[in-house]
Design a protein around this ligand. Structure first.
Ligand SMILES: Cc1cc2nc3c(=O)[nH]c(=O)nc-3n(C[C@H](O)[C@H](O)[C@H](O)COP(=O)(O)OP(=O)(O)OC[C@H]3O[C@@H](n4cnc5c(N)ncnc54)[C@H](O)[C@@H]3O)c2cc1C
Length: 378
């Protein structure tokens, strides 16, 4: 693909690729089978600067930008989608605290995320009754003399059982989305209960848990950004997060395509490799075309974000296209493998299970289309 990478982008891509190939990929099938959270791999990512790819060096990040982040995410997701989502959410949390946090909050938490001291970050927006519509959340934060008291529940929180810091949204009063604020909650705070991990179709080595806040007290200094400004923070963070999830989907699909090309050349039927059949060739050609289109959309959104110009619509376009294309590609990969693709003997069944969620989280495909249409009609 014609995209001239800078030296920094190439370095990040190579670093992520080497680590993913050497350390992550050999463990991926076992991690999926045993549902083990790969904490040693997460520490390895921290050592390489991959938990803060777009975070400044002042706070321990790689300061390599958003395109580099996408490139790194693709490489990690090629090897293990569970490790990739752990990395995606942690990068997102580091970026959001760097962007909206006070100097003390940045020093305390961003540095601990990028160094691996926090292990991961968690992003606690969704609730049992508020998914696509986070503005309807019911978790509350009540002001006291010396801080805030949080009560409520969050659902589907990636990294929840392993996070050193949680970015939490709660109602602080006032109407609609203007009554929502954002807080930093540290691991181990009394009143924070981490629930039973979800038994998921895919991403089985990633950690997804519900959280309960029961009379959870945080100091005044835990408020992130302005009082009542939480919803805006969430929307801005999700715009960037969509580039990460689009890239994750691309990585999974890229791996599925590589397996498909290899298998099609090896597997013989009717006395010749199945790659000789036009029906198979067309699937491989569609995969390649859609993969490149997805990459270009993601990297355009990443480049816009890097330049500091609006990129919300482009991020939604990239996310909806990449995730839906990746689902088609992984599905075709199973088809190309025939019956063997339906077994654990080959990795394509894992890719298909792992990729499924990419059209759901960080905003469903339907919500991406709402964002795209809203902007084009405004
Ligand atoms: C593995 C996993 C990890 C996750 N990690 C996190 C995390 O770390 N932090 C976090 O905060 N959340 C996380 N989520 C939550 C995720 O973002 C939500 O699941 C997602 O936003 C959808 O919300 P929902 O599941 O409540 O579905 P719903 O909002 O109930 O949607 C159900 C269906 O209705 C459709 N729909 C809803 N509204 C509209 C509309 N206006 N127009 C058209 N269709 C609509 C949806 O597209 C969907 O098809 C995670 C989810 C999963 C599965």
């Amino acid at each position: 693909m014609l995209l001239e990478l800078s030296d920094t982008q190439e370095l990040i891509q190579r670093t992520a690729r080497d680590f993913a190939t050497r350390e992550i990929r050999p463990k991926a099938a076992e991690l999926d089978k045993t549902e083990r959270f790969p904490d040693e791999l997460v520490r390895g990512l921290a050592e390489l600067g991959l938990l803060g790819v777009n975070v400044s060096e002042e706070y321990g990040g790689a300061a390599a930008g958003v395109v580099a982040y996408s490139l790194a995410m693709i490489e990690v997701a090629k090897a293990c989608a569970s490790t990739a989502v752990t990395m995606a959410v942690t990068n997102m949390v580091a970026e959001v605290i760097e962007r909206f946090g006070s100097p003390e909050q940045r020093q305390e938490h961003v540095t601990k995320i990028t160094s691996g001291e926090h292990l991961t970050g968690a992003f606690a927006l969704s609730e049992p009754g508020a998914g696509s519509d986070p503005g309807s959340m019911t978790t509350t934060a009540r002001e006291t003399d010396d801080g805030w008291v949080l009560d409520g529940q969050k659902q589907w929180i990636t990294n929840g059982a392993y996070a050193g810091v949680f970015v939490v949204w709660a109602r602080t009063g006032g109407p609609g989305t203007k009554g929502i604020s954002c807080f930093l909650v540290e691991r181990g705070t009394p009143g924070l209960t981490i629930g039973k991990k979800e038994d998921k179709l895919g991403l089985r080595a990633s950690n997804t848990v519900p959280l309960t806040f029961d009379n959870l007290r945080v100091p005044r200094s835990a408020l992130l950004g302005e009082l009542g400004g939480g919803f805006k923070i969430a929307m801005m963070a999700l715009d960037g997060g969509r580039i990460g999830i689009g890239s994750q989907a691309i990585g999974i699909a890229d791996a599925a395509q590589a397996e498909s090309v290899r298998y099609a050349q090896e597997r013989k039927q009717f006395g010749k490799p199945i790659a000789d059949f036009q029906a198979i060739q067309w699937m491989l050609a569609d995969n390649r075309t859609e993969l490149d289109a997805a990459k270009l959309l993601c990297w355009r959104a990443a480049a816009l974000k890097e330049r500091g110009v609006p990129f919300s619509q482009e991020a939604s376009m990239a996310k909806v296209f990449a995730s839906e294309a990746a689902n088609r590609i992984c599905n075709r990969a199973v088809q190309i493998h025939g019956g063997y693709g339906y077994t654990r003997e080959f990795p394509v069944e894992r890719y298909l299970r792992d990729v499924r969620v990419t059209t759901i989280y960080e905003g469903t495909s339907q919500i991406q289309r709402v964002v795209i249409a809203r902007e084009l009609l405004s």
